[in-house]
Structures are given as C-alpha cells and as structure tokens.
Design a protein around this ligand. Structure first.
Ligand code: DQA
Length: 166
C-alpha cells in the first residue's frame, strides 16, 4: 500500500549524503497501472519510482519518492522539503487544478520545482488546462507518461550541476 507512506529510498540510494530530489505524487496516482490505462498507461507508481531511482543515482543524486491522496499531507511534505530537498518534482494529480494551499506551500521553496503530468493535460478537458503549480515551476513536463519523471530528474541534474544555463 503506497498511500501516505514515505518510501524508503535509502535502499535505492545507499549514499545518504547525496543531495536529494523529492518526488511528490498526489491523489489517485497510487492506482497507476489499473487506472484508465488508455490515458495513463500500464506503468505502476512502483515502476516509475524504480526508473526515478536509477536516473537520480546515475546523476549523483538521492531520491525521496512519495504519494498521498491527501492535500494536507502533500502540503506538509512541501514544507518539509524546505532545507531537505535539492529540488522538488511534483505531480499533484487533480490538486494541480484546484489547490491554492499547495500553491502557497510551493511558494515557500527556494529550490527548483518541476511539474510533471503523465498525460498531456492540454489535450484533455478544459478544467485540466489551469495549474496552480505551473507559476512556481522552473519547467513543466507532460504527455510522456512515467518517462516525464526521468526527464525532470535529468533536467534538474543538469541545472544543479551547472552543466546548462536552462
Ligand atoms: C495527472 C493529470 C491530472 O489532470 C489528473 O487529475 C491526474 C493525473 C497526470 O499525471 O496526467 O490525477 O496529473
């Protein structure tokens, strides 16, 4: 059961003093694999976490990968990320389109935020076109399924290593 659990990422990344990317997943993303596969694919959140662990490790970063169905829990995690995360990757699920609380929490961060969506939200219903996360994000990646998370990690690793200006 993934919901609300902080996954033990030290197993995936035993080098504990590495700067760490926090990946925060919102509601219903624990159902990936069986949830609307025509929209979200067959990959599970565990599959995505494994891919993220490999990508972060290869770039020299640790990974803290979490999922919650609760808006308050996600807000709490964003607050905890202050001073703990080198960067935050967030797929807030439906809260992307509704949560002023999450927006306000993300405003507290002084590290880069990347917004990820598995689906291309702009090719879907109009209510998915607005995001409370995007104004606070360095970049937004959507439409590439679980690979979008890996792209976010690679982009952040380049940015934080100073390998590219953008
Ligand atoms: C999503 C897109 C959201 O609109 C939706 O509510 C989700 C998943 C995505 O990853 O494509 O739960 O964030």
């Amino acid at each position: 059961m993934l919901t609300g659990l902080v996954r033990d990422c030290k197993k995936a990344d035993p080098v504990s003093d590495r700067p760490t990317f926090w990946v925060l997943n919102g509601p219903n993303l624990n159902m990936l694999g069986t949830r609307e596969p025509a929209v979200y694919g067959r990959e599970t959140l565990d599959d995505i976490e494994r891919a993220c662990g490999a990508a972060a490790g290869a770039a020299g970063f640790g990974l803290d990968f979490r999922q919650s169905n609760g808006e308050g829990e996600l807000v709490g995690w964003v607050q905890q990320a202050r001073g703990a995360a080198a960067a935050v990757i967030v797929n807030a699920g439906a809260y992307t389109h509704t949560s002023v609380a999450l927006h306000d929490a993300l405003r507290l961060l002084d590290v880069p935020v990347v917004e990820v969506h598995l689906s291309n939200v702009f090719a879907r219903e109009p209510f998915r076109h607005h995001s409370y996360v995007s104004p606070l994000a360095l970049g937004v990646i959507c439409g590439f399924g679980g690979h979008g998370y890996v792209l976010a990690i690679e982009a952040l690793a380049r940015r934080l290593s100073g390998a590219t200006a953008r």
